[in-house]
Write a protein that binds this ligand. Structure first.
Ligand code: RIB
Ligand code: CA
Length: 312
């Protein structure tokens, strides 16, 4: 039976590719719903972009919900400098026609976890953890019912991408991240340490473009746009496909490796706010709470991604 998941997202070109990968894999993944959160761009855009991606995948029947429009306690920080003003800059995309669900995303998450058999729903956060933390705070009874949280966020050896010490998803809402990381929920973390090893390249973008499909062309234009920031900033030969690592982990976990360690979230530091303090060397004596992924088989990852996207 296909694994049941909820994708929590702030599209974002890399979120978009992750959503396409999930929707291209119905034999493996049943997407119960997609919950939009404020992050890369404000909520009105992330909920619209989530529907644009579902329609691009040919899945207008997907249920998309709007969630929190600001972090638990802080002002929203966005990333238009990376993703463009729309959040999906690159190709020109039409406004979505499919409806936004009327229910709040947090209530959808709570209701779904309460009604599904315990341990059968995996949460896949691809943006700030505001929706997930709000659901856990509003309905603590659901925490024990979650199969796994598999999220993109944090960094250790790769340090930060929005500040010298913090990765964007965690930095935007560190209090929300602390709620999730302290909750005791079974947690798999895909940090920059692994996503910076999943880099696009001219040949890989060409593989999307040469599919001869609209999806392939759009993905090529999204990744073309998305990579310019990282190439400029890091001098890298391509853009890290952060969020698709979450879905690829669900599909082929054997492509990834990491350590089950303690990870705490810095919520007070003047210079380290939002840092994931990952005890990779086991020196803190603190209880392990997360499988912290450090490596991916990059060729296997892109073989999977390209093959699945070509199905749409
Ligand atoms: O730091 C990378 C993460 O921040 C990705 O999820 C990207 O989409 C942005 O949300
Ligand atoms: Ca994201």
């Amino acid at each position: 039976m296909a694994r049941q998941i909820i994708i929590d997202t702030d599209p974002g070109q890399d979120d978009a590719v992750a959503i396409l990968l999930a929707l291209a894999s119905p034999d493996d993944l049943t997407v119960l719903g997609l919950t939009a959160v404020a992050g890369n761009v404000p909520l009105p855009l992330t909920q619209k972009n989530t529907r644009i991606v579902c329609e691009l995948a040919g899945k207008p029947q997907m249920r998309v919900f709007a969630g929190c429009d600001a972090p638990l306690q802080r002002k929203l920080v966005t990333a238009e400098h990376v993703h463009g003003k729309t959040g999906l800059d690159g190709p020109q995309m039409d406004d979505p026609v499919m409806p936004l669900q009327p229910q709040h995303a947090v209530d959808f998450i709570i209701d779904t976890l309460r009604s599904a058999p315990s341990g059968t729903v995996t949460l896949c956060p691809l943006g700030p953890l505001t929706n997930i933390a709000t659901a856990f705070l509003k309905a603590p009874d659901i925490i024990g019912r979650v199969q796994q949280v598999v999220l993109m966020g944090g960094a250790y050896f790769e340090v930060g991408n929005i500040t010298p010490s913090a990765e964007f998803n965690i930095f935007v809402d560190p209090e929300a991240a602390a709620v999730v990381f302290k909750s005791g929920v079974p947690l798999v973390v895909l940090p920059l340490d692994v996503t910076h090893k999943a880099l696009t390249s001219t040949a890989r973008i060409a593989a999307f473009r040469n599919m001869g499909t609209r999806v392939g062309r759009v993905v090529a234009e999204w990744t073309d746009f998305f990579e310019r920031f990282d190439v400029q900033k890091y001098g890298s030969q391509g853009a890290p496909l952060h969020d698709p690592c979450v879905i690829a982990y669900l599909l082929r976990p054997e492509l990834f490796s990491g350590r089950f360690i303690n990870v705490e979230i810095e919520t007070k530091g003047e210079f380290t706010l939002g840092m994931t303090v990952a005890d990779w060397w086991g020196v803190s004596g603190r209880t392990a709470n997360a499988l912290f992924i450090g490596h991916v088989d990059e060729v296997g990852f892109f073989d999977l991604l390209i093959e699945r996207i070509s199905r749409l």
